[in-house]
Write a protein that binds this ligand. Sequence first.
Ligand code: G3H
Ligand code: 13P
Ligand code: ZN
Length: 317
Amino acid sequence: MIVTTKELYEIAYGNYAIGAYNINNLEQTMGLFRGCIDSQAPFIIQISKGARSYTDKRMLEGIIRAAGDVFPEAIFAVHLDHGDEATCYDCIDSGFYSSVMIDASHDPFEENVAITKRVVERAHAKGISVEAELGMLGGVEEHVAVDEKNACLTDPEEAKEFVEQTGCDSLAAAIGTSHGAYKFSGGQGLHFDRIKEIQRLLPGFPIVMHGSSSVPQDEVRRINEAGGKMKEGAKGVNEDEYFPAAKLGVTKVNIDTDGRLVWTRVHREYFNQKPEEFDLRGPGKIFMAEYAKFIAHKNEKLGSAGQLSDIRQKLGK
Ligand code: G3H
Ligand code: 13P
Ligand code: ZN
């Protein structure tokens, strides 16, 4: 059952985080729903601009609707990930999305405020909530000095001003993470001091953590042993930091890269071990099962596992 993102946030805030998982195809969708039912967790299914144009946006919408029928117990929201203004309007008007993300974080503050405000106005008129972004998610470049990296983090005072001016419903904050498989080269981690300060200035307001994959080194090793050439040693977010962050108001945790690693490992190992095979359903079946296990594990770490009946009761559904 599709619910609003706002409903999920109100129940989860300060207690646990909701996993927001990107999907691009049928196998990911099936694995995601299976994993969330196995772990009894609510979730957010998110679709990026790239995912919408991978085949046709209507394909993904159709797959998600069908998954909702196949797994009637599931409670989830549908979210546009990293949208521009035009894509946000397209999703708002489609009537299918629970929430949209307007990513104008690369624009100057005033411009970001103006764009976000326009999207909020259109979205709220239809009961859809808006995630906005402030700050710059960093990379792992060795040459970038610590001071410079900290300057890219979200300024808590600015965050308060931004939220008040725009009326957005959640904020993607730069708190030390970055997208992709190469986040931290050493012992870095989440900036809990920033998260705490944002929560102090914006109590009760949901913070979104992008770039939350943990990049398990075992996955990278297996991919490389099966012929891959991924850089080893670069780490992701420590999974044991998800829950403490959730307690401080990080209510949505975005994970995509780790799922891609599962896909790559399964397919590389399968065809490496069975070079004579050419039936796509062989690795597809294994992937769906492995992806479901991966999702259930993440939900355990986020604290969302086991929350489904409580959510159903609180929503009266
Ligand atoms: O943060 C971006 C997500 O990982 C989606 O990636 O734009 O390649 O679909 P994508
Ligand atoms: P990862 O690349 O760490 O999985 O982050 C995904 C994300 O932030 C999607 O918006
Ligand atoms: Zn992101």
